[in-house]
Design a protein. Structure first.
Length: 425
């Protein structure tokens, strides 16, 4: 087994997970950052990260990092870290396509003694059962004789300036005890919070997928409570604040559950469970409830408008926020679109305002062209869907200025004081 100091690293996929990883390792080791999007490579070479996770000064700190879209440039590397997306398809089944294509790419340049580490979220067994055969076929090498693998799940939280890669404890694993030690020592070079070496790759895979499944179920619980309390005319936030005075009450809040992790990862676990003949009832129930919250929000807004005698068909509603969470441009699996589609079913003209997101990406992904600036005094309804700091700083009075004299303001994220909005989840 080679020394950690002999590593020449390739990071495959330079998105929210891969880029911070490449930059941190590039401060100490030779690193080649690889991505199939040539535009992304050009932007990074110019010192611009469109995900807003790293600024140009942070990118410059990585003295040993180069960027490429050419597979030939990673042929000299001996450790490969794969950080590509693992989405779900239209039927909510795991889509391993990007992961398997990345494995094919790595397999073409794999050499004896090389190590491949996966960070993408998968179901237990995917690394060894799905990815390794691709590596073997593409390289002609034998697993655990000629090359080795590991799994170290990503824990990146987009838009979070407090919990950054170095200060998030890293789970690691390897296909042999020696490889597990090597991978753990490699990550320990950049993770100041420490590492946790698991017993096996499957344990590490399972740990990752249940982290977000647990969060999904907790949010589903408070979403259901919010629905119940709304019927009882009780303010959900006040209930949660009161319950939160107990030391062991978990401070989850209701809301839309989207993004690249919480709204997707549980389907990887349920898919694997079903393939083994077990139908997971609680996990899927939580998923169904959370996936239905956009339609619920739209129906609540429509009811409130009707109570005020505001005609719904032909009305104008402003949606403030399109990203899946606050203070980041990430549009992946945003569930704000569920509100938009449902309102359109009622004949509502919906306009979207989000200063964080790319107009091109919003149009390309969802067919939505965000406003540069909403019109003052023009809307029958306003939905504050994402708590971007710009919206928080505006305050309720400025946000209400977008509305007509008679309008409904729905605050999904408890961004405003209770008295400043007409509806809260």
């Amino acid at each position: 087994m080679r020394s950690v100091n002999e590593v020449k690293l390739a990071v495959i996929g330079l998105g929210y997970v891969g880029l911070p990883l490449a930059v941190e390792f590039g401060k100490q080791l030779p690193v080649v950052g690889f991505d199939i999007q040539e535009k992304r490579i050009a932007e990074l070479r110019e010192g611009w990260d469109k995900t807003c996770e790293l600024d140009s000064a942070e990118l410059r700190l990585s003295a040993h990092l180069t960027y490429t879209a050419d597979v030939a440039d990673i042929a000299c590397c001996n450790v490969f870290i794969v950080t590509v997306p693992t989405p779900i398809d239209a039927h909510k089944r795991p889509d391993l396509g990007p992961l398997l294509r990345a494995s094919e790419t790595v397999g073409k340049v794999l050499k004896r003694g090389d190590i491949v580490v996966y960070e993408s979220t998968v179901y237990p067994g995917a690394t060894e059962d799905d990815c390794v055969p691709v590596l073997e076929r593409a390289s002609g090498l034998i697993f655990n004789e000629d090359f080795f693998v590991g799994y170290s799940p990503e824990r990146i939280n987009p838009g979070d300036r407090e919990h950054r890669l170095p200060n998030i404890l890293k789970v690691t694993s390897g296909s042999t005890p020696e490889v597990a030690d090597f991978i753990d020592a490699l990550y320990a070079r950049i993770i100041t919070a420490g590492t946790y070496k698991t017993q096996s790759i499957r344990v590490a895979e399972a740990a990752k997928v249940i982290e977000n499944t647990q969060r999904d179920l907790n949010i589903a619980l408070v979403n259901e409570l919010a629905i119940i309390f709304n019927r009882m005319k009780i303010d959900t936030e006040q209930v949660l604040l009161a319950a939160g005075t107990k030391w062991n009450f978990l401070p989850f809040r209701p809301g839309l559950v989207g993004g690249h992790c919480i709204g997707i990862d549980p389907y990887y676990l349920t898919h694997k469970a079903q393939s083994l003949g077990y139908h997971p009832e609680i996990i899927l129930a939580g998923r169904r409830l959370n996936d239905g919250m956009g339609a619920y929000v739209a129906s609540q807004l429509v009811k409130a408008m009707l109570k005020r005698k505001i005609p719904v068909d032909g009305s104008r509603v402003l949606i403030m926020g399109l990203a899946f969470k606050e203070n980041c441009p990430d549009l992946r699996n945003t569930r704000v679109v569920d509100i938009i589609w449902e309102l359109k079913e009622f004949g509502v003209e919906v306009e979207v305002f989000d200063p964080w997101v790319s107009e091109h990406e919003a149009r390309e992904e969802y067919g939505i062209t965000p406003l540069v600036e909403p019109e003052i005094g023009s809307y029958d309804g306003i939905v504050l869907a994402v708590a971007h700091r710009q919206f928080v700083d505006m305050g309720g009075e400025a946000i209400r200025n977008y509305g007509k004299q008679d309008h409904v303001l729905y605050d999904l994220k408890y961004t405003l004081p209770g008295s400043a909005s007409d509806l809260r989840l």
